[in-house]
Design a binder for this molecule. Structure first.
Ligand SMILES: [Zn+2]
Length: 139
């Protein structure tokens, strides 16, 4: 007794399929050229730029105190701390860099979670608010 031959042979292409090397036919419906771009080129470039400008460089070093640090391509030293790990600092640093890069090139008028541009000196010191004079008189 002999086993039955397999039904599908590799060389037997089903009717209607075209080889992958065939160029698209002229006037084919559903051409992809007019599809909207989900993310604009400036935002994509900003994301790539943030990624490359904030790549960790060198190796993880352990200080005499037992802290672990690694340098970032931007010049900042990333380190662990009393309540966070080196990995957490790296993740936050990259996320901040991505946010700053994207927020700077985002389309005008786009609804934002964070006010933009950031208030002056937003990276250090308390923001405006406590002694603000922008409210109506309360007397
Ligand atoms: Zn960096």
């Amino acid at each position: 007794m002999t086993a039955p031959a397999p039904v599908s042979a590799p060389s037997d292409r089903p009717a209607g399929t075209t080889p992958a090397t065939a160029p698209p036919a002229d006037g084919a419906p559903g051409g992809g050229d007019d599809l909207p771009v989900p993310v604009s080129a400036p935002m994509r470039h900003a994301k790539v730029r943030a990624f490359t400008e904030h790549t960790t460089v060198g190796q993880v070093r352990t200080t005499a105190d037992g802290d672990v640090t690694i340098a970032c391509a931007c010049g900042m030293t990333l380190t662990n701390g009393p309540g966070w790990s080196l990995d957490e600092h790296i993740r936050l640093h990259r996320a901040e860099a991505r946010f700053l890069a994207l927020a700077a090139v985002a389309p005008a008028g786009i609804p934002r979670l964070v006010d933009w541009p950031l208030p002056a000196g937003g990276a250090s010191g308390p923001g405006p608010g406590a002694g603000s004079t922008d409210g109506p008189g309360t007397r």
